[in-house]
Design a protein around this ligand. Structure first.
Ligand code: LLP
Length: 427
């Protein structure tokens, strides 16, 4: 029997009580590659992308995958080969795009703190656009471009001051965030940008936050941005593109974000109604392209019953899966082999081996488990491996990409020696 695990994870399912990633049995992957182990579904990535592509059918639109969500080279290859550009936030990410064979002309460079060296590297590479986040950055970018006898294509990130209704750490479009320029200052800053010889103004952008599950904040942000587009163009500055950022949420825990296609149908209606339907559109989705395309498989090391709590200690930890510790984020945790349905479960706090009370993966999860069993932490394709660390000198997990009935190793497990290879002993 083939049964889905959770809505939002169509490419992971149980067949005869065994968890499959596409057509591959997850327990076999865990046995042959060890744990913790990230397993990604290529079909899940491409189907998430296809939802955006359907939404933009017939439009001049560029999808720039926000690679901070998962910057593993093979993942970048999947999106590059499907025609995506990339939203980057460092020269390191630029080098990853180049290493993965991505099209540098389709790269946009976001972030509040680009260094001069990063600007030069991106200018020489010939990226598509700098998303500039402050007036001071405009001046520096213009100087660097002039020194190279180039003109930097720029868009200014405006802060539309709308509440994305998400976790405070991942909302970025409100006053009081460090991101973007204030709505009321935007026109003046655009005029300043247009006066700088090293810059070529090409667009406008906004990004209001992450894990957004409602349409309204997007519609409000679009209205605010289009008001600015009108004012900026009335001042004689032409904007070739509008970039609406990323932020669309995924289903972690009964979340009900709109499908990308549905969201964009509504947004495009507004764009058309306000007379901007012919503009080139850019977007920067991250999580919604990869989040539910990945799981982290972990082995149960010990069960530790307690007076107040029972602990299920697994071999994945906050260094592999930092989102619960950082944002109190919820990730579903499911068995890799399902027990018969009537079996009793016990509530556990699922925790890792790291020496911190904050090292938890899930609280109060009802599980039927024994030491040696495998568990799958769901929705682990975004902001897990890319935010992982070597804390406690734990090597980073291995990563596999599944396609149909085959699984390819895309990142070898890091050894302890790898983690201190670049350190220097005292003489
Ligand atoms: N564009 C910009 C300028 C961004 O800052 C971000 C994410 C994105 C696009 C992509 O957003 P997405 O579509 O993935 O929501 N580590 C946090 C999320 C941080 C998001 C940072 N910016 C988490 O694990 O929830």
């Amino acid at each position: 029997m083939n049964s889905p695990i959770l809505p939002g994870h169509p490419h992971f399912s149980y067949r005869d009580n065994a968890l499959f990633a596409e057509d591959v049995r997850v327990s076999e992957l865990a046995r042959s590659h060890g744990t913790p182990l990230f397993v990604y579904s290529k079909a899940a990535m491409l189907s998430a992308l296809a939802s955006y592509q359907r939404g933009f059918a017939g439009r001049d639109a560029q999808i720039c995958y926000a690679m901070k969500a998962n910057s593993s080279l093979a993942v970048l290859q999947v999106f590059a080969r499907a025609g995506c550009g990339f939203d980057i936030v460092s020269s390191g990410e630029l080098e990853r795009v180049q290493a993965a064979g991505g099209d540098v002309k389709k790269v946009i460079f976001s972030g509040v703190g680009k260094t001069r060296a990063e600007m030069r590297q991106a200018l020489l590479a010939g990226i598509g656009c700098f998303n500039v986040e402050s007036e001071a950055e405009l001046d520096v970018l213009s100087q660097e471009a002039l020194a190279l006898k180039l003109r930097a294509p720029v868009s200014i990130r405006v802060n539309p001051n709308v509440d994305p209704k998400t976790h405070p750490y991942i909302s970025t479009g409100l006053k009081g965030n460090k991101f973007g320029v204030a709505h009321e200052d935007a026109l003046r800053i655009y005029q300043h940008a247009a006066s700088l010889a090293g810059l070529q103004v090409v667009g406008i952008d906004c990004h209001i936050g992450s894990q957004i599950t409602e349409v309204t904040p997007y519609l409000d942000a679009m209205d605010r941005v289009l008001d600015l587009v009108a004012a900026i163009e009335a001042a004689g500055i032409t904007l070739a593109h509008i970039d609406f950022g990323g932020g669309l949420g995924i289903n972690y825990n009964n979340d009900t974000p709109p499908e990308a296609e549905v969201l964009w149908r509504q947004l495009l209606e507004k764009l058309d109604a306000r007379g901007y339907g012919g503009k080139k559109l850019m977007i920067e989705p991250g999580r919604s392209l990869v989040g539910n395309a990945g799981i982290c498989v972990s082995e149960v090391l010990y069960l530790k019953p307690g007076e107040q709590k029972n602990f299920c200690i697994i071999d994945a930890a906050m260094n592999d899966l930092p989102r619960p510790a950082m944002y109190q984020a919820f990730h579903a945790i499911v068995p890799v082999s399902l027990a018969p349905s009537q079996v009793e479960t016990t509530p556990y706090d699922v925790v890792g081996p790291v020496c911190e009370s904050g090292d938890w993966i899930g609280h109060d999860r009802n599980l039927n488990v024994a030491a040696g069993d495998y568990l799958a932490v769901m929705s682990a394709g975004a902001y897990c491996m890319s935010m992982s660390s070597n804390y406690n000198t734990r090597g980073r997990a291995a990563e596999l990409l599944v396609e149909g009935d085959s699984a390819q190793l895309i990142r070898a497990r890091e050894s302890a020696a790898d983690t201190f290879r670049d350190e220097v002993l005292l003489p």
